[in-house]
Design a protein around this ligand. Structure first.
Ligand SMILES: Nc1nc2c(ncn2[C@@H]2O[C@H](COP(=O)(O)OP(=O)(O)O)[C@@H](O)[C@H]2O)c(=O)[nH]1
Ligand SMILES: [Mg+2]
Ligand SMILES: [Zn+2]
Length: 322
């Protein structure tokens, strides 16, 4: 039988077959990815083949195994921990990522947003920026919200405003997710679970989990889960939409890239960087740098340039560790 992996709970995987049945499955065989050591060979979002295997003894339940994984369109990984060489596959076959952002309660920094966008560019995964909690902002915060929305829209990113609490703006988000598999990301407390509950009334996700605040240690294991959105009834041909929730995982983790490559993942810095005097300009202190010039003239936002520099510094820190 063929099915979709919708949950990963350690050594077990929940697979939903195409006729809608759920099976707890184990993995049989060797599904190592080339060149990566991963802690989970199968990921949420994988299309798989499963086979039942009777135990032979009466009264014992049949055991199901994942025996094949269909080729992935893409997959998103992160290092299992900072120092580990092992990776964890967060999700497979995603169409887009939605980054949930709050201007306050808690504040999402532009550095966090820009790092997320850069990783997503590296994975070639489109991003939708979902600004949540519009119901609680002060006038100043609303002005700031408009300003950063204008910034990211000018860079070509889709932006949506909503309140998962009041339901405002939710229909536009539902449409943005329609027919797609969306990986939901964002800092703890920004309202990811509340948003899923709003989109899928019977999901019943726990919100504001205390564990989120206290379990920030290295060994907290988190498992991704895929939810099916109710299809929009206005369509003649209903499309299935999925959301993948990754509790405890904030972003994609740092992506392995060369120092000179970092600027490729900042759209406007890459574009304007074509005009720098040196082809391998890092836009730090080289003469004839068109990027620094553009920052001075406010054609590139200072916040974006600061994020870019912070990612470069990470690269340098990595080099010293090695
Ligand atoms: N005022 C307001 N509070 C919200 C909104 N969305 C979520 N919250 C609250 O923010 C807290 C964290 O939400 P939760 O969904 O658990 O965040 P998660 O950690 O991203 O899954 C909870 O107390 C929610 O009730 C919103 O749109 N407006
Ligand atoms: Mg949550
Ligand atoms: Zn330059």
């Amino acid at each position: 039988m063929k099915g979709l992996v919708i949950r990963n709970t350690g050594s077990w995987y929940v697979v939903r077959t195409d006729d809608g049945q759920l099976f707890d499955c184990k993995v049989k065989g060797n599904f190592r990815l080339k060149g990566i050591r991963s802690t989970n060979p199968v990921a949420v979002g994988d299309r798989v083949e499963i086979k039942g295997q009777g135990t032979g003894s009466i009264g014992q339940e049949e055991v199901f195994y994942i025996t094949e994984i269909e080729d992935r369109r893409n997959y998103i990984i992160r290092k299992a921990s900072n120092l580990s060489k092992q990776s964890h596959i967060i999700a497979a076959n995603v169409d887009q990522a939605a980054l949930v952002i709050t201007v306050s309660h808690p504040e999402t920094s532009t550095t966090f947003i820009d790092r997320f966008l850069a990783s997503a560019e590296a994975y070639r995964v489109p991003v939708v920026l979902v600004f949540n909690k519009t119901d609680i902002y002060t006038e100043d915060e609303l002005r700031y919200l408009q300003a950063i929305t204008a910034l990211y829209e000018s860079l070509g990113y889709t932006c949506r405003h909503c309140s998962a609490s009041t339901g405002e703006g939710i229909e536009a988000i539902r449409q943005t997710f329609e027919g797609k598999t969306t990986l939901l990301s964002g800092n703890s407390g920004v309202g990811k679970s509340t948003l899923i509950n709003r989109l899928i009334p019977d999901a019943n996700l726990r919100t504001a989990e205390i564990s989120d605040a206290h379990n920030t240690g290295m060994h907290t294991t988190t498992f991704s889960e895929m939810y099916t959105l109710p299809s929009l009834t206005t369509n003649l041909l209903p499309l299935t939409s999925y959301i993948i929730d990754t509790p405890g995982i904030k972003g994609f983790g740092t992506f392995d890239m060369e120092r000179s490559e970092v600027s490729h993942y900042f759209r406007e810095i890459f574009r304007i960087g074509q005009e720098c005097r040196f082809a391998d300009c890092t836009h730090t202190n080289e003469p004839g740098c068109a990027v620094r010039q553009a920052v001075e003239e406010h054609r590139i936002a200072q916040s974006r340039f600061t994020s870019y520099l912070s990612m470069l510094e990470d690269k340098d820190a990595e080099k010293y560790r090695k």
